[in-house]
Design a binder for this molecule. Structure first.
Ligand code: HEC
Length: 101
């Protein structure tokens, strides 16, 4: 019986080591950065499709300053975008829809 318990303990210890290794590996890439990018895309899709197609934005190429002005303009048209979400949307657009140089 003790052997059986020892075996169980070994197995769960092994699982823990494996989980810890997986966690350590995923923290190699900057997780916050990635989360912000995914969040920016989601916020863009949620906030920018109610009045027109998303493609009206994704067909444009703008600098961060221009995207910022665009988002401010959309808010003046009535887009209900929380202040905290604005930089994430502007970042997402500036990174993915920047002028080609
Ligand atoms: C309340 C309605 C509304 C929402 C929500 C909205 N837009 Fe607009 N958008 C408009 C209108 C109206 C126009 C056309 C007038 C114009 O060209 O300024 C427009 C035009 C645009 C254009 C083309 C003109 C330009 O300035 O480049 C872009 C790009 C754009 N929107 C991006 C966005 C983005 C990005 C979001 C989300 C942050 C968004 N829109 C959300 C109403 C909206």
């Amino acid at each position: 019986m003790n052997r059986f318990i020892d075996h169980l303990l070994l197995v769960s210890a092994g699982t823990l080591v494996f989980a810890a290794a997986a966690l350590a590996q995923s923290s190699d890439s900057p997780p916050d950065d990635h989360a912000d990018r995914v969040l920016g895309k989601t916020l863009f899709e949620l906030n920018c499709a109610s009045c027109h197609e998303l493609s009206i934005a994704t067909s444009e190429r703008k600098t961060p300053g221009e995207w910022s002005a665009t988002v401010v303009k959309m808010i003046s048209y009535g887009a209900p975008i929380a202040e905290a979400d604005q930089p994430l949307i502007i970042d997402y657009l500036s990174t993915n829809y920047a002028p080609v140089r």
